[in-house]
Each structure stands twice: as structure tokens, then as C-alpha cells.
Design a protein around this ligand. Sequence first.
Ligand SMILES: NC(=O)c1ccc[n+]([C@@H]2O[C@H](COP(=O)([O-])OP(=O)(O)OC[C@H]3O[C@@H](n4cnc5c(N)ncnc54)[C@H](OP(=O)(O)O)[C@@H]3O)[C@@H](O)[C@H]2O)c1
Length: 325
Amino acid sequence: MPKAIRVHAHGGPEVLIYEDCDASRPGPGQALIRHTAIGLNFIDVYFRTGLYPAPNGMPVIPGGEAAGVVLELGEGVDWFNVGDRVAYAVPTGAYCEERVIAADRLVKVPDGISDEQAAAMMLKGMTAEYLLRRTFKVKAGDIVLYHAAAGGVGLILGQWAKHLGATVIGTAGSDEKVSLAKAHGFDHVINYSAQDFVAEVARITDGRKCDVVYDSVGNDTFPGSLDCLRPMGTFVSFGQSSGPIPPFSISLLAQKGSLYATRPTIFAYNAKREDLVRSANALFDVVLKGAVEVSINQRYALRDAGQAHADLEGRRTTGTTILIP
Ligand SMILES: NC(=O)c1ccc[n+]([C@@H]2O[C@H](COP(=O)([O-])OP(=O)(O)OC[C@H]3O[C@@H](n4cnc5c(N)ncnc54)[C@H](OP(=O)(O)O)[C@@H]3O)[C@@H](O)[C@H]2O)c1
């Protein structure tokens, strides 16, 4: 019987239980796949703790990205063959050896990209894609601020933003992480555990400030992130690693300089298959041509997902992390 990590009751990493799960057959429009590698993401923590409700109720199998091989196809799926290497990004369900999934969520993994790379980057890399190319269209000369620059999304986004010609400023929680981010596209990196990042951004930019701030840290960087934006700049809140930002009055955006603010998710941006395929192809393209390197800095057995969560929440990981089934 295939194994999975399931959460029966919300809580800390200890609620991630490694157990048998039912094997099922693909229905119309579905595919059965065997995972070869699974990506770890902060969103998995939100589903474990209950910050995000499980889409199909409890128990929930966390996990938003993985790569694997097609074992069986349901009726009407004619765009894959059994044996194809595939990968995906969805909200939950990846922490398992085998799963049935809607086939329109899968993309083929091209030659030149390994299963481990694909598993590590589909959710994080397509997030970088939509943030940089669709939420705010970054162009040469723009000044970008990204918090938690040495993280999974961060090391990908830093390289990609640099490739687009932006000046890329990052923040990170230790001097080691500052060095790592500087080696992955970031022009300037502020240790925000030791320095006031608002003052540093003003200094680095000679008072011009940033065109866009991508903030996934949430509570701890709010409202400072707004003070890093030029008038009419764009605040993109796309996560809350330190906890949700408190509710605020929309008039705050007027006081801070007629700002734009948005709270996007990858699942809305890639809901249409044509957008998903375009996003994945853009990601594969920058990786294959060497503009973006995906750093897999931690590997755990799937059964040790609890330790992986503890390390991610404890700010002990850098770059991407994969779980091996
Ligand atoms: N909306 C979307 O579409 C979308 C998609 C993907 C990811 N996300 C969000 O993007 C963020 C990054 O995801 P990721 O998987 O790549 O994670 P990650 O950045 O590798 O890990 C989170 C990082 O946040 C920083 N952090 C700051 N305060 C923290 C705290 N109190 N507790 C834990 N970490 C803290 C840590 O870096 P430092 O030590 O350097 O501060 C930590 O390494 C997450 O918030 C995630 O939810 C959103």
C-alpha cells in the first residue's frame, strides 16, 4: 500500500503522520502518478496549522509541488502518455508516494531538468514568474525589494529579477543568508535582524525608494514595507511567514504615497491551463539557459517531513528543500 503523510488534527510538526493511504484509480480527466521527489513549501505549514483551511476537509495530505512519472491515465486525457515525466504545483496532496491528480494541472518536465529540480521549483519558480512578470511587470531599471531573500522563492526570484535588468534589494535574517542571497542575483542584501531595513533601503536608493516590494514575511515587515516604496509604488503581500499582517485602513495607502496593494496567489494566476503552461515554460526556459539556478540545499526522506517543517519554521533552511518518497 502506498505511504503518505497525513494531518488528522492541526498542530505542530508532530501532527505530520506517515501512514498507509488508499491507492485509487484515475477517473475521467485524471492521472495516477508515482512521485520521485516532492518540494517543501511554507504553504504546507499553513495547511498543517490550519491557517489555511484544507480544500477537501480533514485529514489533509499537505504538499504543493512534486515531480513523478505517469502510471495510468483516466478517460479523455490524450496530452500525456504512460511513462511521461511530469510535475505540478497545487495547494495540497503532494506528501505521498502515489496520487491521483487532475491531469490539466500537470506539465511535462523537459530534458535537461531533473525530477529533483522540477519538484523543488514548480510552485516556487512559477510564483517568481507571476510576481515578476504579471503582478508587477518588472523591467530594466526598476528597483525591487524582496524579503527573506535566501529562502526558496527568494533565491529564484533574485536571479530572475536580475535577469530582467532590475536593481534587486533583499533582506535576510543572518550574515550567512546575506552572502547566499548576494550570490543569487541580489545587488544589495540587508540583515534585517540587525539593521533597520527601511533606513537601509532609503540609503541604498538615495531616497528614491522601490518600485515594488514583494513581501511574504507579513507581520514583522509591515508597515515598514510600505515605507520602502516610491509614490504610486506597488506593495505585493503574498505570504505571512512571521504571521498575518493586521487589518489596516485603505487610507494608509494614501498616507504612504498613493500606493497600490495586492494580495495574489499562484493558484488564481495559473487557474487556466494556458496560463499554467506559459508560466511553466517561462520557468523551464530561464533554468535551461542558466539564468536561474535552483539550489536544493536540504533533502529529507518523506517520512521525516516533521523535521523538515521544524527546520523551515525555525528559519534554518535556505533555498529549496525536497522530500524523497
Ligand atoms: N501567494 C503565493 O502565490 C505564494 C506562493 C509561494 C510561496 N508563497 C509565500 O512565500 C513565502 C516564501 O515561501 P518559501 O516556501 O520559499 O519559504 P522560505 O522563504 O524558504 O522560508 C521562509 C523564510 O521567511 C523568513 N522568516 C521571517 N520571519 C519568519 C518567522 N517568524 N518564522 C519563519 N520564517 C520567517 C525566514 O528567512 P530569514 O531568516 O531570512 O528571515 C525563512 O527562511 C512564504 O510566506 C509562502 O507562504 C506565496
